[in-house]
Design a protein around this ligand. Structure first.
Ligand SMILES: Cc1ncc(C[n+]2csc(CCOP(=O)(O)OP(=O)(O)O)c2C)c(N)n1
Ligand code: SF4
Length: 350
């Protein structure tokens, strides 16, 4: 099988503000099972980066291990990439980000990768508010190793093995919120209309942006008794509201009725227009977000949309007051104070 996508594209393909076509954001041909939700998420990431006019060489894609963690090969082929160790994407992302704060970091993980072996790393990258987009492609199973139940599978949910899951699930959205995440969203791989603006907003957020995307595994977890199947999710989806994302370069316009919109200005000046539901859901209220998640759970619904945002959040570099320059451009003299300074410090501690 060829891993190279055909290079021919229509000569009149639209270009974005930095002169790239959508094709410039694609990657190698996917080797995932036909119909895998993960491929739809890759397509949404391509669309989001194209629409945001991101320069591909300014992006670093980092992942762990799993079908989900393979996907950075299938989008942004002209960006940097590091396919790390199972569950260890957060520490690699943290190291890279601390060395170079000027890049855009896109982390892709699975529910197995983040909610089991990588749980400790996940918890700490959330609380440090590392400036990155963290996507969990959540199928409730370990797709790559033949469909064992993951820690996000619901009690009683049944994968292809036919054995109902006996354990209580971990909801990464509630956990991220509890750990102090400054941007928390959930979507469905089959809902591009909701997913693309969410990803754009998450990439533009100043800090840790967590997006949990329910992404059915068509091979091992798309049975009628699975709560991560296409049919189940379509029947139980409950959106907080839809929204547009407007980068600050563009004029902010909308064709929706004024009373139904809530504008949230992000740190970089860009704006999210939230189309609110009638109950007046405010995504800037952490307690309301907990309540909304609890209510949806009680009803057996999957709450999707922008669940929480702290628009003025301080990301890790601001918290620990690092230098504005990326580490990689600092000379040795900047990084090492020299023997004399060191001796003075030592003397002061005697
Ligand atoms: C240290 C280590 N332990 C176990 C494995 C085996 N392994 C590979 S992928 C995987 C789980 C993948 O599940 P998930 O992260 O949900 O991704 P999916 O394949 O479902 O997208 C496991 C257990 C491994 N590669 N490395
Ligand atoms: S095994 Fe499941 S998660 Fe992996 S590629 Fe196939 S459908 Fe996707």
């Amino acid at each position: 099988m060829s891993f190279i996508t055909p290079s021919f594209r229509h000569p009149d393909l639209p270009v974005n503000d930095v002169g790239f076509t959508k094709k410039d954001y694609e990657g190698s041909l996917s080797t995932l099972c036909a119909g895998c939700g993960h491929d739809s998420i890759s397509a949404a990431l391509v669309q989001a980066c194209f629409e945001l006019s991101i320069e591909p060489h300014n992006v670093a894609k980092i992942s762990g291990i799993g079908c989900s963690s393979k996907t950075p090969t299938y989008f942004l082929g002209n960006s940097h990439g590091f396919n790390s160790v199972h569950g260890r994407m957060p520490s690699v992302a943290t190291g890279a980000n601390l060395a170079n704060r000027d890049m855009i970091y896109i982390g892709v993980s699975g529910d197995g990768d983040s909610a089991s072996i990588g749980m400790g790393q996940f918890a700490h990258v959330v609380r440090r508010n590392l400036n990155m987009l963290y996507v969990v492609e959540n199928n409730g199973c370990y797709g790559l190793t033949k469909g064992q139940d993951s820690a996000t599978a619901d009690i009683g949910s049944t994968s292809k093995s036919g054995v109902p899951n006996a354990y209580s699930p971990i909801d990464l959205v509630s956990l991220a919120l509890d750990l102090g995440a400054t941007f928390v969203a959930r979507s469905f791989s089959g809902d591009k209309q909701q997913l693309v603006p969410l990803l754009k907003a998450a990439i533009s957020h100043n800090g840790f942006a967590f997006v949990d995307v329910v992404s059915p595994c068509v091979t091992f977890n798309n049975t009628p008794a699975s709560t991560k199947s296409y049919d189940f999710v379509r029947e139980h989806i409950n959106a907080t509201g839809t929204f547009d994302f407007v980068p600050m370069k563009e004029e902010i316009t909308t064709h929706y009725e004024p009373g139904s919109i809530e504008q949230v200005q992000m740190h970089d000046g860009s704006v999210i227009n939230l189309h609110k539901l009638s109950q007046g859901y405010d995504p800037r209220d952490r307690e309301a977000a907990f309540d909304a998640l609890r209510d949806a759970k009680r009803e057996g619904d999957i709450l999707t949309g922008l669940i929480y945002i702290e628009p003025d959040a301080q990301e890790l570099h601001e918290v620990i007051e690092t230098t504005n320059k990326p580490l990689r451009v600092l000379a040795e003299s900047d990084l090492c104070p020299g023997n004399k300074v060191l001796q003075t410090i030592n003397e002061s501690l005697r």
